[in-house]
Every structure is written in C-alpha cells, then in structure tokens.
Write a protein that binds this ligand. Structure first.
Ligand code: LMR
Length: 396
C-alpha cells in the first residue's frame, strides 16, 4: 500500500535544519530556524530553568495525568503574563487557558476550535507570515486569506495597505496578529496602529487570534504585551496562542498555551468545554514538565526577576548582532542599505535576498537561510559574523 504514497515536500524551516545537520562542512552557519544562540554559538538552558528543575526534582510527587486543560496554576500564570495581574479579564475570570504542546499545538487548538464552532471558515493572515501558520490552518479546514503587511521596496510595514485589505474581513472572521516580533519581518505595529487595529476589529466584529511566541524579545516582557492589551480593551472576545519555546529556551519541552477570552466567566467556561473536547480527541492531556518549569519561575518573585534579566540578555544580544551585521556588511563594501535590520524586533528579519541568492549562499557558502529570505538574527555571533557577511557580500 505504501508504494502509492508520494513524498511530502520538506518543511521550509525544519527541513532546512535537517539539510544543515547533514552538511559536512564545518564552516556552515544556520540562520534558518528561530533558535537563540549565545556568543559561543550554543543554545543554553536558562539558569532559572535549571533552578526550577532542581526545585521540581525535589518537590514533584507524581507523574499521574494532568487534566485535559493542564495545570490551573500554569493557566493563571500565563494569564497574568498576557493580560497583567490587575486585568479585569483575570479578576472577572473571563479567560480560560489550556496548557498546550508548544505554540503550534496552541494554534492548532485555536484553529480547530474556530473551525468547529462557527459558520465562518476564513482566517486572515499577514503577507508574509510564519510558513507553518498556513499548514496549521489548512489542516483545520480553514480558508486562508492574506492581508497586506509588508512593503518589500520600503522594507517596512505598509499599514495603509494592511487596513485596506482588512476591509474585506467580515464579521466573525478569524484574524491573526503576531503579538510582537512579527515572524518573518521583525516589524510590529506602533502603539497608535495597534489602537487603530483594535478599534477596527471591534467595529467589524472579527475574532482576533494573537500568536504570541516572542514575548520579551521586542522591548520587554510587559512592554511586548501592549498590542494584545490594547486589543482586550476594545474587544471582549479573543484567542491567544502562547509559546514559551524562545523566552524560556524550552524549545524541546513543547510548552505553549491556548487562551480563550469571553465576555463573562460563564460563557468562557462553556466555550472552553468545546476546546477541551477537541484536546481530548487530539492528545488527551498535555505534557507536564515544561509548563511546570514555567509556572515555578513565574510564581516565584526572585526567579521571575532573574528570568526577566535572562530574557533581556537574549534580547540585547540579538540587538547587538543586528547592529554588527549592518556595520559588517558596510565594511565588506555592500552598498545596499541594510539599516532596516537594526530597526526591527525579535529573532527575525526579512533580508530581501532572492531565492537564487539564498540557494547560492547554501550551496557555495554553507550559509542556511529560509527560502523567503528570512534570516534568524538570533543565530549570528561575533565569531560567525565575518564569514556570513562575506558570503552575503559575495552573492549580492
Ligand atoms: C521559526 O519560525 O523558525 C520557529 O518558530 C521554529 C519553527 O517551528 O518554525
């Protein structure tokens, strides 16, 4: 039977990691997948994670199943991180959170929940967006519609074009926003633009879905929640898919959260029961360890403040790499203006390199970049900067 199956295309991001691993060149550099590297080129376990794991090793009493939605303390900690401890969403119990296997798992719950509960089947995503958004939404049976986001010539956001394309989004349509550190462009709406989008969403009656995978990698853990919090002021209902892969460095523990916000606690409870049914039929109940680590850190004032500093360190190092990248390209005689890279947020930037240039970088220089031209700045170090900038200079 299996002979009739044709091969699936390689994943544009994780498939690249497989190719990178198989590449025998010891000069190879991976700026494909969004994984933070320190100056030594390592992806370290955060000190606060190690401390939380030591606490858990001592205190954990059982490996029995969690409930379908996971640990309640985790849900509360996630909600405080998203909406702020003083938020009326928290005090009025308008939100329910399910511990999910990674941000992707959370997005899939959101997509399945939406697809199963509403007549509308359209989800609006930015052009461009994270490649896997399309897979997740298509797998849930949603129709994907793109809204304008990026002006490739200006290397900047095209907000007017974004607004005009979103005019086509109908009441009840699902509209995806990147909470901060837009993947792949690194360009986020300003506070005034978030206000405008939130007002438009409320006026049109969209269901906003926030993909929040980089909280803390833009300006700060609290600061990066601004867009989401502005939305919650104008919109009483929304969905959030959180990921703690990057800001806790818990990539392989698969820690995420699906959060549903409703007008009141009762409605939230009823709507959430449907999400729970979907989870039960999918992975039954979530893995425990990563979320227990996150909960331990978020609920301990000393660990929280140490973690906040660790996130700031990662954020600052990426920003330094942005500046160094722009300066090094200039030094190499590249006359194309790359200064936009220094102004962007988070792990990624859209380099403007063509598919052909990306292919040459891989084949001839062992430099791995996603086919769209997205580069993971988080993979740059002082040690690999010269080589990667020489390679880029050579192909431009
Ligand atoms: C990325 O965009 O590189 C990360 O979010 C990792 C992934 O799963 O694609």
């Amino acid at each position: 039977m299996f002979e009739q199956i044709s091969a699936a295309p390689a994943d544009p991001i994780l498939g690249l990691t497989e190719a990178f691993k198989a590449d025998p060149r010891d000069t190879k550099i991976n700026l494909g997948v969004g994984i933070y590297k320190d100056e030594a080129g390592q992806t370290p376990i955060l000190a606060t994670v190690k401390k939380a794991e030591a606490i858990l090793l001592e205190s954990e009493k059982t490996k029995s199943y969690l409930s379908i939605e996971g640990n309640a303390a985790y849900g509360a900690a996630v909600q405080a991180l998203l909406f702020g401890k003083a938020s009326n969403i928290v005090s009025n119990k308008r939100a329910r959170t399910a511990q999910a296997p990674g941000g992707t798992g959370a997005l899939r719950i959101a997509a399945e929940f939406y697809a199963s509960q509403f007549e509308n089947k359209k989800v609006w995503v930015s052009n461009p967006t994270w490649a896997n958004h399309n897979n997740v939404f298509a797998a849930a049976g949603l129709e994907i519609v793109q809204y304008n986001y990026y002006n490739a010539d200006a290397k900047d956001m095209d907000f007017d074009a974004m607004l005009s394309s979103l005019e086509g989004a109908a009441a009840g349509d699902l509209v995806l926003f990147h909470g901060c550190c837009h993947n792949p462009t690194g360009i986020d709406p300003t506070e005034a633009q978030w206000q405008q989008l939130a007002a438009l969403s409320a006026e049109k009656g969209w269901l906003p879905l926030f993909d929040f995978a980089y909280q803390g990698f833009g300006s700060g853990v609290e600061e990066d929640a601004k867009g989401l919090r502005i939305f919650t002021e104008a919109n009483q209902e929304l969905l959030v898919a959180s990921s703690f892969s990057k800001n806790f460095g818990l990539y392989n523990e698969r820690v995420g959260a699906f959060t549903l916000v409703a007008k009141c606690s009762d409605t939230a409870e009823t709507a959430f029961s449907q999400a729970k049914s979907l989870i039960r039929a999918n992975y039954s109940n979530p893995p425990a360890h990563g979320a227990a680590v996150v909960t331990t850190i978020l609920n301990d004032a000393a660990l929280y403040s140490e973690w906040d500093k660790e996130v700031a360190e990662m954020r600052d190092r990426i920003q330094q790499m942005r500046d160094l990248f722009v300066a090094t390209l200039k030094e190499k005689g590249v006359d194309r203006d790359f200064s936009f890279i220094a102004r962007q947020n988070g792990m990624f930037s859209f380099s403007g390199l063509t598919k052909e240039q990306v292919a040459t970088l891989k084949d001839e220089h062992g430099l791995y970049i996603v086919g769209s031209g997205r580069i993971s700045v988080a993979g740059m170090t002082r040690n690999n900067m010269d080589a990667l900038c020489s390679a880029i200079a050579a192909v431009i």
